[in-house]
Unconditional design. Structure first.
Ligand code: MLT
Ligand code: ZN
Length: 484
């Protein structure tokens, strides 16, 4: 190996010959965007970025890296919240970008499936589905940049899980390049296919530790033909849960999203994001966004929404509410929810969590975390948003003005531990939808240790004995399978 190059002798030439000039990024300046995560928490190095244009090219490049014992880090839109898609500082890990593999391979409105490559942006999947008279329902804040490979590798959830499930539930088939370059072609678009282990489920959520997801068969649904949306002010988390139960009880199938926004999160968005305004009489301690959708054009969702909100106002669950009057207002209200991560970024550093609890325990989670977090960093404000209908709340803490970002982030572990302790005591998970990435590997040992983690390590060892795939994510360093 040439120390400067970071690659074993001869490999660079072999990769160039196989991938061609468009298939490799080698200029230092062009490599830079691939080295840091969206949140700016991790900054690594890589000898080059591979950009294969097809599964055949990727498989060949992976076989070459595997034979040379070179670690590989898959990367899509690089929007990971957990540092899951950037290389470490060794300068040995090769970043493999799936961005050029972004084709639509098939769309069948009868089977209601769409076969897409891993580098397609999630928003493009949504748009193509709509053009075909269907919908692909998975939606989340970063979906304008995030790509299908990352969406599946983290088993993304987002705003519509309450109705349609996570990425896992929306995937029928997969194509995967294994760590040694062999290809599993299981792009079947079948609702029933019980032929042994459901291998696709292993790769979904594996965060790139078992191979590269290169293409997927995604499920489509009938289009949305009727919709209604409300933003509600509520006094307490218990009222937000009562409101969720009320809507679920009246018509579970109408709910498309049921989102929670803390008063602090709303304030941050209104302060930091241009063009936003609160469409209610005044600020509230907590807010809930309710999005209803149906494929029946005369489902009467607007009337239904107003009637149930009326009951909730009478019951004291809601103190104020606005129903969107137009598509523009609907989007403006969704913006108040979706811009929170950006508002937090603009306001300084933030300690983020991505926890889930049984939905019945959400109020207790919010209350206890709101008390515990500022007790660790006095003066820091908890900023919480999330998918209340799934029990998935992001309990974040914002950098206070009197602390530098560095001094504040020094408390990250203590804050995350406190949130995880509370979550664990409520029967929850420390990692609901962002993935474990690099940021939560230590937490894996604590909360998924024992037979659960051991079984995962055995699966990893069976598919990637050399530990070449995304070596720094998911597994705690002491027990992970690192390349020698
Ligand atoms: C969201 O739901 O907006 C993101 O997943 C959460 C975050 O930035 O904490
Ligand atoms: Zn989220």
């Amino acid at each position: 190996m040439s120390a400067e190059d970071g690659l074993p002798t001869g490999l660079r030439e072999q990769l160039r010959a196989r991938l061609g000039p468009k298939g490799m990024v080698e200029e230092a300046g062009d490599i830079v965007p691939h080295l840091s995560d969206w949140r700016g928490l991790y900054h690594g190095r890589t000898p080059c970025v591979l950009r294969p244009a097809s599964t055949v090219e990727l498989a060949a490049a992976v076989a070459l890296c595997h034979a040379a014992g070179v670690p590989m880090v898959p990367q899509g839109g690089n929007t990971s919240m957990s540092g899951g898609s950037v290389p470490d500082a060794s300068g040995r890990q090769v970043v493999v970008s799936l961005a050029r593999m972004n084709r639509l391979r098939a769309l069948d409105p009868v089977d209601m499936t769409m076969t897409v490559e891993a580098g397609m942006v999630v928003r493009t999947v949504q748009d193509l589905a709509v053009e075909a008279g269907c919908q692909f329902p998975l939606a989340f804040g970063g979906d304008g940049t995030a790509m299908v490979g990352g969406m599946l590798s983290t088993n993304a959830g987002g705003n519509t899980t309450v109705r349609y499930g996570n990425a896992r539930e929306l995937t029928l088939g997969l194509e995967v390049v294994l760590p040694d370059g062999r290809v599993i072609d299981a792009l079947r678009r079948l609702r029933k296919d019980n032929t042994g282990y459901a291998l696709r489920q292993l790769f979904i959520g594996a965060e790139g530790t078992l191979g590269f997801i290169t293409a997927a068969v995604l499920r489509l649904f009938p289009p949305v033909r009727d919709k209604a949306l409300a933003l509600c002010a509520v006094e307490a988390p218990e009222a937000a849960l009562a409101l969720f139960r009320r809507f679920r009880d009246r018509d579970e199938t109408a709910l498309r999203a049921f989102e929670y926004i803390s008063g602090s999160a709303m304030r941050l968005v209104l302060e930091r994001i241009e063009g936003t305004s609160l469409p209610l009489a005044g600020p509230a301690p907590h807010y809930v966004l309710i999005d209803l959708a149906a494929s029946h054009p005369q489902a009467g969702l607007r009337g239904f929404l107003e009637a149930v909100l009326e009951e909730a106002l009478d019951a004291g669950e809601v103190t104020d509410a606005v129903v969107a009057e137009s598509e523009a207002q609907r989007q403006a209200i969704w913006r108040l929810r979706e811009e929170t991560p950006e508002a937090q970024r603009r306001a300084g550093a933030s300690i983020k969590s991505d926890v889930s609890v049984p939905v019945s325990r959400v109020p207790e989670l919010i209350r206890r975390c709101f008390e515990a977090m500022p007790a660790i960093v006095p003066g820091a404000e908890p900023v919480a948003i999330g998918h209340l209908g799934d029990g998935n709340i992001h309990m974040n803490l914002q950098q206070p003005p009197h602390l530098s970002a560095e001094a504040f982030m020094a408390h990250a572990e203590a804050v995350m531990n406190a949130v995880n302790e509370i979550t664990g005591s409520l029967g929850g998970s420390f990692s609901a939808e962002h993935g474990v990435g690099r940021i939560k590997v230590k937490t894996m040992a604590k909360w998924r240790g024992g037979a659960e983690l051991e079984t995962m390590r055995r699966i990893r060892a069976a598919l990637d004995p050399e530990g070449l795939m995304n070596p720094d994510v998911l597994f705690p360093p002491a027990t992970g399978h690192r390349a020698p």
